[in-house]
Design a protein around this ligand. Structure first.
Ligand SMILES: Nc1ncnc2c1ncn2[C@@H]1O[C@H](COP(=O)(O)OP(=O)(O)OP(=O)(O)O)[C@@H](O)[C@H]1O
Ligand SMILES: [Mg+2]
Length: 233
C-alpha cells in the first residue's frame, strides 16, 4: 500500500515537471505476437497507475474485432470505479496518434501478431511492453517479434518484457528471464502470477493493482513501478 502512494506521489511530480517543460505526450505500447499474453491487462495496469497520479490518460484499443479494453472500461464505469480511464477504439495507430496531443499518456493496447500496426506502434512509442508467458511456445515468438522490430530499426532498449501469467516455480521464472536476457532484451523485475483474483478484478473493471489481495496487489505494483522507472530513465 505504501509503495502505491509513493509511486503516485512520484508520478504526480513527474507530471508537474513535464507540464512545466511542455513535454510532449508519453506513448507506451503493449504488444505481442501471441493472443492472450497479457497485452490488455498490462495496458489497463499502466493506464490506471498513471491516472491515479493525476495524468490525463487514454488507452487506444487497437483490437477492433475484440474491443476488450473498451468493454473493460464499460464494466469499470458500471461499477463506479475511480479514476475514470478514457478508452477509445481506433482502427489504426495513425488515428490514435491524432488525439495524442490532448493527453499526458497514450497507451496502445495492440492486437496479437506482428502486424503492420504493431510496427507502427513500435516506431511511435517511447516504450514497448511485451508481456509473455514462461513456456517456449510463448517465449520464442515473443523474442522473434522483438528481433523483427529491432531489424526494422526499433532500438532494443525501447523493449521491456513482462513475465505474465506465471506459475509458482521460481526456477521456471528465472529460466524464462535468462532466455530473454540472453536474446539481448530487458525483463521487468517481478512477475504476475496466474490467479483467479486477477481475473475477477478484471471482470469488475479493475486493474491488477486494484485487487483486494495485498500480495497480488504488490506484485502488480512492482511491475507498474518497473515501467514507470523505465519511462523516467
Ligand atoms: N495474471 C493473470 N491471472 C489470471 N488471469 C489473467 C492474468 N493475466 C491475464 N489474465 C486473463 O487472461 C486473458 C488474456 O489476457 P489479456 O486480455 O490481457 O491478453 P491479450 O494479450 O490482450 O489477449 P489478446 O491477444 O486476445 O488481445 C484475459 O481473460 C485476462 O483476464
Ligand atoms: Mg487484448
Amino acid at each position: 500500500m505504501k509503495r502505491a502512494r509513493t509511486q503516485v506521489n512520484y508520478l504526480a511530480c513527474v507530471l508537474a515537471r513535464n507540464r512545466a517543460k511542455k513535454k510532449a505526450v508519453v506513448l507506451i505500447g503493449c504488444i505481442g505476437q501471441k493472443g492472450g499474453g497479457g497485452k490488455s491487462t498490462c495496458s489497463r495496469l499502466i493506464a490506471t497507475v498513471y491516472a491515479q497520479a493525476g495524468w490525463n490518460v487514454k488507452v487506444a484499443d487497437l483490437d477492433v474485432s475484440q474491443g476488450s479494453t473498451v468493454d473493460w472500461k464499460k464494466r469499470r464505469d458500471q461499477n463506479g470505479l475511480q479514476p475514470e480511464i478514457a478508452v477509445e477504439s481506433f482502427r489504426t495507430v495513425q488515428q490514435a496518434l491524432k488525439v495524442a496531443p490532448n493527453y499526458d499518456l497514450l497507451v496502445f493496447d495492440a492486437p496479437p501478431h506482428s502486424t503492420a500496426g504493431t510496427k507502427d506502434i513500435a516506431h511511435a512509442a517511447d516504450l514497448l511492453i511485451i508481456p509473455t508467458g514462461l513456456s517456449l511456445d510463448d517465449l520464442r515468438p515473443s523474442v522473434l517479434l522483438a528481433h523483427e522490430l529491432v531489424d526494422s530499426g526499433v532500438p532494443a532498449d525501447k523493449l521491456l518484457f513482462a513475465l505474465c501469467r506465471v506459475g509458482d516455480r521460481e526456477t521456471e521464472i528465472n529460466e524464462a528471464r535468462a532466455y530473454i536476457e540472453q536474446a539481448g532484451y530487458s525483463v521487468a523485475p517481478g512477475s504476475l502470477p496466474e490467479r483467479t483474483a486477477y481475473r475477477r478484478a478484471s471482470d469488475e473493471g479493475r486493474a491488477l493493482s486494484e485487487v483486494r489481495h495485498p500480495s497480488l496487489r504488490g506484485r502488480a505494483e512492482e511491475l507498474a513501478q518497473a515501467i514507470v522507472d523505465r519511462i523516467n530513465k
